[in-house]
Design a protein around this ligand. Structure first.
Ligand code: SF4
Ligand code: SF4
Length: 129
């Protein structure tokens, strides 16, 4: 390898190292951003699978619907959407009508503490309204 070839090789090597450095930095930032988004979308959500096995509330509370809109809010943080979705549920079927009788709890395969979680849905509505 003559001097000219040597310098050319050195230049390519330097460009390669620089490019790799940028790639690693961008990859790390993308990974952190994706992890952050993921943690935002899963934070505080209710582990309801919307299986509807809790149907039959004597007061007619629509449990999966209430949990669904709560989870949607936790995913997108859109207050107006949550408020309008909550208010679109028939007033008699909203979370705030739950009297915590506990009948639904034994039916849930996810072992969710449904009455307590419904209180959280109600509290969220009062907070963002
Ligand atoms: S705890 Fe609430 S949601 Fe469950 S059956 Fe009783 S009133 Fe209905
Ligand atoms: S039974 Fe449990 S998991 Fe299924 S819809 Fe009701 S609350 Fe959600």
């Amino acid at each position: 390898m003559n001097r000219r070839q040597f310098l050319k090789f050195g230049l390519f090597a330097a460009i390669g190292t620089f490019t790799l450095g940028i790639y690693k930095k961008v990859s790390a930032e993308t990974k952190n951003s994706t992890e952050k988004e993921l943690s935002n979308t899963t934070a505080d959500t209710i582990a309801c699978t919307y299986c509807q096995q809790c149907e039959g509330c004597p007061l007619g509370i629509d449990i999966p619907k209430n949990f669904n809109i709560y989870n949607q809010y936790k995913a997108d943080n859109k207050k107006e959407n949550f408020i309008s979705a909550y208010e679109s549920i028939n007033a008699d079927n909203r979370a705030d009508k739950c009297v915590s009788c506990g009948i639904c709890k034994s039916k849930c395969p996810q072992k969710l503490d449904i009455p307590t979680l419904l209180q959280e849905v109600t509290a969220l509505y009062k907070k963002v309204k």
